[in-house]
Ligand binder design. Structure first.
Ligand code: NAD
Length: 440
């Protein structure tokens, strides 16, 4: 391959397809070898990658390792440990009319050439975790990092080809024109993480080739706080979950739903919890991140007036800093409640009781995550039964996605398809039905 002239999308795909057809990606030994090489890349270049994440998002090294690099390493280790078991054929009972000697089973077949398109907010984790799942399932992969995290994109484009099989894994950098050109090609699966507007573009392009898609989208993830909850603990956990990566987390609690009395008590606790995390001057805290670019900064700055400021509220355009902010007395019709916030602003919206909270959630798009803080079994059971969301967290935001054996994905407007652990094998494989009836 000539390094100076970028390969055209059609050539990338046909090169990878030739590798897939050759059968090279199918043996489990090849798959686990790729995963081990990816692990080696992450552990030997961890500092370089953390530096790129700091450059793109002001992520602290601790956060970069915890939420991106080590997160992906753990997913690799889990996959290496269980892959053989996940790939076992599963037998199916055979009806009597086929005779006692007939047998039937399902087997996992890789799909072929998979396109993974990643966003900027966890630009490493959200490219590599789907990619390692696709490789574990025996596919070739075209990886498209986000142009809005350019340092991480460049680091991955440099490192991945040095570590992985370049005939089966290609990195294509770029923005809209490059992604549009890729989407014109025929893939066997497209795995997209990002916003719903582009999700629709991806799905339309995929329809041309009848290519299956997994869409990992976002939306407003509510946090319901019951009046019986221990508000100190609730505030600590909400502040941690919300202000991680300066609120630019797809499963961050978007807003709080609670009754007026609990809201008042929670205001003081959230102020305390935020100061405990970042001090009274968060802009000087090494642990607090920055907004990805000016466009998102301006969008977020315009939302700061959507309620009464409880804590935070200040911002600095030059350094793309927005303070961790809690807003109270927020009207559901205010700008901050119209779309996913995706930044460090936490509005408190009041409802009379659980019934009204359930109604509020069900009147809106199905969220990617729903969080509930309560001591009541009845409340937990009712929320689980009466609402629909990609994931449901009782007592702790964000953590469900660290459980590799839980499927991570959305429903309705928050997406379709899921991954992590064995769910990645389900997404990136075809379950082939096989029947065998002996001759004679
Ligand atoms: P983004 O702008 O980086 O876009 C994501 C990808 O889409 C990029 O690779 C980009 O190049 C590509 N893209 C952008 N415009 C395109 C176009 N017109 N045609 C083709 N491709 C295009 O990221 P974003 O969308 O701003 O990400 C934020 C959103 O992603 C939020 O809504 C968030 O909730 C969601 N998200 C979801 C998850 C999840 O796992 N469900 C994770 C992270 C983010």
């Amino acid at each position: 391959m000539n390094q100076s002239i970028p390969e055209q999308p059609a050539d990338v795909v046909s090169r990878l397809r030739a590798t897939f057809r050759s059968g090279r990606t199918k043996p489990v030994a090849w798959r686990t070898d790729q995963l081990r090489r990816l692990r080696e890349m992450l552990t030997s270049h961890g500092e370089d990658l953390a530096a790129a994440l700091r450059e793109d998002l002001g992520k602290s090294s601790t956060e970069a390792f915890r939420t991106e690099i080590d997160f992906t390493v753990r997913e690799i280790d889990h996959t290496l440990e269980h892959l053989d078991g996940w790939l076992l054929p599963e037998s199916a009972p055979v009806p009597a009319h086929l005779g006692a000697d007939a047998t039937a089973w399902t087997q996992y077949d890789p799909l072929g050439v998979v396109l993974v398109i990643a966003p900027w907010n966890y630009p490493l984790q959200l490219l590599l975790t789907p990619m390692l799942g696709a490789l574990a399932a025996g596919n070739a992969v075209v990886a498209k990092p986000s142009e809005l995290a350019p340092a991480t994109s460049a680091a991955l484009a440099r490192l991945l080809p040095r570590h992985l099989d370049t005939d089966a894994v290609a990195v294509v950098e770029g923005g809209v024109p490059e992604t549009t050109a890729l989407l014109a090609e025929r893939f066997d699966q497209i795995f997209y993480t990002g916003n719903g507007t582009v999700g629709r573009i991806v799905m339309r392009a995929a329809a041309e080739h009848l290519t299956p898609v997994a869409l990992e989208l976002g939306g407003k993830s509510p946090a319901f706080v019951d009046r019986d909850a221990d508000l100190g603990t609730v505030a600590d956990r909400l502040a941690r979950g919300k202000f991680l990566n300066a609120g630019q987390t797809c499963v961050a609690p978007d807003y709080i739903l609670t009754d007026p009395e609990t809201a008042r008590a929670l205001e003081a606790e959230l102020t305390r919890a935020t100061e405990a995390l970042f001090g009274t001057e968060p802009r000087t805290s090494a642990e607090y991140g920055r907004i990805v670019n000016q466009r998102h900064f301006d969008r977020l700055a315009a939302l700061l007036g959507s309620g009464r400021t409880v804590v935070g509220g200040d911002s600095d355009r030059e350094t793309k800093y927005i303070a961790p902010t809690v807003l109270a007395d927020v009207d559901p019709k205010s700008p901050v409640m119209q779309e996913e916030i995706f930044g460090p602003i936490l509005p408190i919206v009041t409802v009379a009781d659980l019934d009204e909270a359930i109604g509020f959630i069900n009147d809106r798009d199905k969220p990617l995550a729903l969080y509930v803080f309560t001591d009541s079994d009845t409340t937990r059971r009712r929320i689980a039964a009466e609402t629909s969301s990609g994931g449901l967290g009782f007592g702790l935001p964000l953590a469900h996605l660290t459980v590799s054996d839980l499927p991570f994905g959305g429903v309705g407007e928050s997406g379709m398809g899921s991954y992590h652990g064995r769910w990645s094998i389900e997404t990136f494989s075809h379950r082939k039905a096989v029947l065998e009836k002996p001759l004679g």
